[in-house]
Design a protein around this ligand. Structure first.
Ligand code: ADP
Ligand code: MG
Length: 392
């Protein structure tokens, strides 16, 4: 199965001008009913020429948060009046189904600062403005309640979350206030099957959407942001949210994880006139995104050596190794001032979409029948282990 890569072109901001628009979305056949799959951008060296990049879907500036998450759902509920959405597949909502089947899911937003990554992943406060993350959680809780109800008490679903950032190639728990951080960050450890664990990470159970949102909002305050010339609240870290879904059916337990990653800005630091601290940040951001691109290319070319270990971010993501289902959202700004960065984002994503990902169904990790346990000495009491401060 290949990774799903979609592009999203954000609308113009107040300070931007209509005449500066250079990026647009198109469809292959020119049929108005067809969903758009192509991003067009002029060749910076020869403006009469346009480059075209094809994706699984392209969302233009009119696409709503609901349409990005679930175009089909939006249509069903009557929100989708426009004809051109008719054939638009849902981008993120199918991941909820995959998650409950036991597959791990990874969704990440890639793009230059100011192109809409945080808007896409987190979104605004109003119901209509909610981004991918709260919508996914809402879907998870809805599905969990349905499973529990339909099973008449035989099945239970538990949801817990951890949230960390990778800043200057170090991992920091976002449930810890910045002043409590150890400068070296949290260690990470390989746990086999290409999976990695962040040691000592806080894991919080969250039983309702409201509970999740309270924890998520609080943790977001701890995210490193600092002013750069490009964006007053520029994100200089990769924020990784992990939502663990534990399904119990008559004593058998299955765990799957959804990771949602708001990557640090992919801009070229030569443009931002960074000071020394900012240069250190930029260097490590550029390095991790560069390694991500290298991994992506290696996987797409089916090379045997994939340089995962060369940055923390790629080690933790393990892209192409253990992911059951990966969605990459490429955020783009439509205007000329982003021209070269937009082109480099498009080139990056062009490699990514060829990744082949094998779906690995997570095995039940223990059964509470004697003799079937996969863990040494596992007993029924394991079920009662507290979730707080357990590694993932
Ligand atoms: P990033 O996280 O990539 O730096 P942001 O998500 O902060 O970018 O977006 C930059 C600005 O553009 C914000 O003011 C945001 O509200 C706005 N924006 C981004 N995408 C959209 C969109 N699809 N619709 C409306 N506003 C958007
Ligand atoms: Mg952001």
């Amino acid at each position: 199965m290949s990774v799903r890569v979609v592009a999203r072109i954000r609308p113009l901001l107040k300070a931007e001008m209509q005449r500066d628009i250079i990026v647009d979305a198109a469809n292959t056949a020119g049929d108005a009913k067809d969903a758009k799959t192509i991003v067009r951008i002029p060749n910076p060296k020869k403006e009469s020429e346009a480059f075209s990049f094809q994706f699984n879907s392209v969302y233009d500036s009119e696409a709503t948060q609901a349409q990005l998450f679930d175009a089909e759902g939006a249509k069903k509920s009557g929100l989708n009046k426009a004809v051109r959405w008719t054939n638009m597949p849902a981008t993120v909502s199918p991941t909820v189904k995959h998650l409950f089947k036991g597959y791990d899911v990874t969704i990440f937003a890639y793009g230059v600062t100011g192109t809409g990554k945080t808007h896409t992943m987190r979104g605004g406060k109003s119901l209509a403005d909610r981004g991918v993350i709260p919508r996914m959680l809402s879907g998870i809780y809805r599905k969990a309640r349905k499973i529990e109800k339909d099973s008449e008490g035989n099945k239970q679903v538990q949801v817990s979350m951890s949230y960390y950032e990778i800043y200057n190639d170090k991992v920091f728990d976002l449930f810890e206030p910045p002043e409590k951080r150890t400068p070296a960050g949290l260690p990470i450890r390989d746990i086999g099957n290409g999976k990695t664990q962040v040691v000592g990470l806080t894991e919080r159970p969250c039983t309702t959407l409201k509970e999740f949102e309270q924890l998520y909002d609080k943790a977001n305050v701890n995210r490193s942001t600092s002013a750069t010339k490009l964006n007053a609240h520029s994100s200089r870290s990769h924020a990784v949210l992990c939502v663990k879904v534990t399904q119990t059916d008559s004593g058998e337990t299955r765990v799957s994880t959804a990771s949602a990653i708001d990557l640090a800005g992919s801009e070229d630091n030569r443009r931002t006139e960074n000071n020394k601290d900012r240069m250190v940040e930029s260097a490590s951001i550029n390095k991790s995104l560069f390694v991500l691109a290298q991994c992506v290319e290696a996987i797409s070319k089916k090379q045997s050596r994939i340089p995962y270990r060369e940055s923390k971010m790629t080690r933790i993501l393990s892209l192409g190794q253990n992911d059951g289902f990966t969605v990459m959202i490429l955020n783009l700004a439509p205007v000329r001032s982003y021209h070269l960065d937009t082109l480099s984002s498009l080139n990056f994503a062009n490699r990514t979409k060829k990744i082949e990902v094998n779906e690995v169904e997570n095995q039940p990790f223990f059964r509470d029948q004697p003799g079937k346990s996969k863990l040494d000495g596992a007993t029924n009491t394991m079920k009662a282990a507290p979730l707080h401060r357990q590694p993932l």
